[in-house]
Design a protein around this ligand. Structure first.
Ligand code: BG6
Length: 512
């Protein structure tokens, strides 16, 4: 199958003007796992928001597949509830009616041949009635143990390949494996049916506006790139802190932990965008080649007892709310060794970055929800001031605030007004909310639209996913043979070992 030859050319998208809205061509989407949390809270609202913004084709078809014995009406009611609860844009009855017309539900389990044959018939008849033209995306929002059954069923029933025209794509949710070996096996299964160019692995962080802005900041400006290297940067901190606990997520999280849940994907992807060389263009091939190149140069720093930290939250206070510890959360093993906090030190063996540690940390039940990347500068080689004139001055920093309060902050020293000469830190702050009137779309809106448009730049490749596991696996193996994670109280900033990890290098974590 050649995607090039069947790619629908959008007449509204002029190649000369990339600022025009990109509208998906005739197409439909089948969601497996449509009754799950992710579909309800993110995917279905995002599809509605895209329709509401006029970015889906008028005949768009949405097919749910699941075990429930639902009629079309039941499915519509379910989707409507999800949309009303979580969509970003206001509810519009006309948009809803047109979208709902194209909804269908096929009932069955993943090992039920007849159900997949019925699904294939549904797609064929929908091609006639809605003009979807054989263009279908299959969204696998299911636990990884089901990937293989679904992919094989799509192959067996003939849905994985377009008949005489159209395209077929598969969109896959994380987690993509739990270590290198399992990721390789999943890639083997998926790629045995779908060519790599038709596989869209979701890392929803790449769909966030602020994450895409890393590329604008670095490559559309002149002032940052000259200092973006080991001559000027002392170290980089990548933080993804959440205040939520894990109540209700035991089934997915116990035995998985923070490193597999977000370092392997979101945080390592952020590192790649921060550290990669400038791609010659943002075409999928060129952007992803640069990310892969820098990931290949990235390795974990040892010894892991000093360069990594992991923790598990125990009961504490989240603001004024008393919260329980992980082991008391329902569904978790009372002896669970699952880490809810993970930190590690990575280094990049390249001319640009050698000697600059990249500290990554993430955790649940931390002080507050914040994701940010801080590039902390070296001190000037010489300062013509007395020590006490600069004692309130710390290292300069550029901080990319991914969320919330999206923006970019620069920290530098300024003279304190007055007759004395004293220098202390000040912040210069760019905030999306103040600079732009446009609201940022949700990450899933962007990614679903990109998949329908065959724009794969923001989707990690099989090689990137495997390399990320290769980076993380040695740390996971070390942890596995070294007892339980340290404890930290809910509402604090993680275990003492995380502070020690930076203190031994004479540094400290930012308190965002
Ligand atoms: C998911 C993780 O990938 O990202 C969750 O599985 C985490 O554990 C979530 O809560 C955070 O996403 P966001 O967009 O709210 O930062």
């Amino acid at each position: 199958m050649s995607d090039e030859s069947t790619h629908w050319v959008n007449p509204l998208r002029s190649p000369e003007d990339k600022r025009l809205p990109r509208i998906a061509g005739p197409s439909g989407m089948v969601i497996f796992g449509v009754t799950g949390d992710l579909a309800r809270k993110k995917l279905l609202p995002a599809i509605y928001d895209l329709a509401n913004r006029g970015l889906l084709p008028p005949g768009f078809a949405l097919v749910g597949f699941g075990r429930r014995n639902w009629s079309k009406q039941d499915f519509e009611d379910y989707v409507r509830e999800a949309v009303e609860a979580s969509s970003r844009t206001a509810f519009n009855t006309n948009v809803w009616d047109r979208l709902a017309e194209g909804m269908q539900f096929v009932s069955g389990s993943f090992n039920d041949d007849a159900a997949f044959d019925a699904l294939a018939n549904t797609l064929r008849s929908t091609d006639e009635t809605r003009g979807t033209n054989g263009n279908w995306a299959f969204y696998l929002s299911v636990p990884p143990e089901h990937f293989s059954s679904v992919v094989h069923q799509l192959d067996r029933s003939g849905m994985a390949q377009p008949q005489d025209h159209g395209w077929r794509r598969v969109i896959i949710e994380k987690p993509f494996g739990h270590d290198l070996e399992s990721a390789k096996e999943l890639n083997r299964v998926v790629n045995s049916v779908f060519p790599e160019r038709s596989v869209f692995r979701i890392d929803h962080y790449l769909g966030k506006e602020t994450v895409q802005n890393i590329m604008a900041l670095r490559f559309a400006n002149q002032m940052f790139e000259p200092v973006w290297n080991s001559h000027y940067i002392d170290h980089v901190q990548i933080t993804m802190a959440e205040d939520i606990g894990l109540g209700g997520r035991a089934g997915y999280y116990d035995g998985i932990g923070a490193a597999r849940d977000v370092i392997q994907n979101h945080l390592i992807q952020l590192l790649a965008l921060i550290a990669m060389e400038e791609p010659t263009s943002f075409s999928p091939g060129r952007l992803r080649a640069e990310k892969l190149k820098v990931l290949r140069a990235t390795t974990p720093v040892e010894p892991f007892d000093e360069t990594t930290a992991r923790g598990q939250y125990v009961a504490g206070w989240q603001g004024s709310e008393r919260v329980i510890g992980l082991r008391e959360e329902s569904g978790f093993d009372p002896n669970s060794a699952t880490e809810t906090y993970a930190a590690c030190t990575l280094e990049i063996n390249s001319r640009r970055w050698a000697g600059v540690p990249f500290y990554l940390r993430t955790g649940k039940r931390l002080g507050r929800r914040v994701t940010e990347i801080a590039l902390v500068f070296k001190r000037p080689p010489y300062q013509p001031f007395e020590d006490d004139q600069t004692k309130l001055l710390t290292n300069n920093a550029v901080v990319i605030r991914v969320q919330p309060d999206e923006g970019v902050l620069m920290r530098f020293g300024s003279k304190v007004p007055g007759t004395a000469f004293e220098v202390r830190d000040v912040n210069m702050d760019f905030s999306y909310a103040e600079a732009f009137t446009e609201q940022s779309p949700e990450a899933y809106e962007r990614l679903i639209l990109d998949a329908l448009l065959d724009e794969s730049s923001l989707f990690p490749t099989n090689a990137e996913v495997e390399r990320s596991w290769e980076i993380l696996d040695p740390i996971l193996n070390y942890w596995e043979s070294h007892g339980h994670p340290d404890e930290y109280r809910a509402g604090t900033w993680g275990p003492a070992s995380a502070d020690a990890m930076l203190a031994k290098d004479g540094r400290q974590w930012r308190r965002p």
